[in-house]
Design a binder for this molecule. Sequence first.
Ligand code: SF4
Ligand code: ZN
Ligand code: ZN
Length: 313
Amino acid sequence: MVRCTKCDKDAVIRINYANLYLCRDHLLEWMTERVRKVAHKYDMFSGSKRIAVAVSGGKDSTSLLHLLKELSTEFGFSLLGVTIDLGISGNNYSSKSVEYAIKNFEMLNVEYRVIDLKKEFGFTIDQAKRRTGRPVCSTCGLTKRYIMEKVAKDEGCDTLATGHNLNDIAQFLLNNYYNGDLLSLARLRPVSPAENGYIKKVKPLFLISEKETMTYAIVKGFPFIYDSCPHTSTVGGQTQDKIRRSIEEIDDKIPGFMISLVENFENKIRPLMEDIPKKTLGKCKICGMPTNNNREICSFCATKIKMSKEIRA
Ligand code: SF4
Ligand code: ZN
Ligand code: ZN
């Protein structure tokens, strides 16, 4: 067994890019310190008094909840946990996800809201998969973004935190570069300020890899859903999956590849993209939320209308 670089105990993880082996206790300490440093470097929480945390019950968002809870007094914010019952029935995925999210909210004594998609908006993601004709993850992503934004605002939060990790960001970066989607690249930021009717959004785990959140979750011993969503195989299709696996393979061969890719983009490349014209935003005449390209109705309300017609038919 390899020893921890900082003490004599057995290591539970190797942090490749930092050439560190860490034991259980030093990993917990390291993760908090990592988020603290990122928060200071990107001025992540200045002005944040009440943060809504999107929690799916999986390892990343649940780790985020625990880490933010630990840092809440130091940075002076309170938390509102938000989880959505998406109505994904395979392997009881949604009911288990919500159950795990609630266990963590209660364990940490964090105020929370559970949004039931079927009860509050009239459809489930399983129904949307069968009836919208769009890739299920595209409807699901749109739904989650909309509901999180709306709940955070309705509940008086000034910031929304999500659990996107380093692997997610590296994949998003390369995928949008591959597709030549400059607008999406220009919008990729660890901190997106409140603008155009949108709330401020932060990604405190954007420099923390999936391996690190997984080990943290196991070592910390909190309950989280281990299973993947039964629709995972359709996420972004084969190309995105291959891009992600390729980046992870390169990172094994070149330690620190993902970190360099993401940090260099954020620090050196994205600032050059500030002048890229942004989408014109309108206001949805049904719900009042922002709409893309000055549309009259937002994409979520359009989906909801389509779904209610389909379900009635
Ligand atoms: Fe939603 Fe797709 Fe993620 Fe499942 S895999 S939770 S359908 S985005
Ligand atoms: Zn140690
Ligand atoms: Zn709307």
